[in-house]
Design a protein around this ligand. Sequence first.
Ligand code: MN
Length: 130
Amino acid sequence: MEVIRPHQHATQRASAEWFTGDVYIDAISTGPHVKLLVVHFTPGARTAWHKHPFGQTIHVTEGSGLAQSRGGRVEPIRAGDTVHFEPGEEHWHGADSANFMTHLAMQEIADDGSDAIWGDHVSDAEYLQH
Ligand code: MN
């Protein structure tokens, strides 16, 4: 048994390459097979468009945000909501423009070590269409 305390891991700032705005990540588990993250989005911050090789489940623990699957509508998501994305389903998720949003994110890791395939940033026009 190993107890890991919060001070043993520094919160990581998410890469501007894959996120818009300020996003902070606490990694709970990084593998080898499953990744579990706590992702904190500041107001207006969001992922880029991306997909996960084995899909992803997110569970909102605080605040309110937005999520969209390619071709679908922008859906409001709030604390207590769980969203499942299918393998290869292109999507984004983030805070709404007025509030912080924190979600758990759980996804499997492919043999090549990847858990996400990243695309274009979500433009302001795309983000504001809800
Ligand atoms: Mn995702």
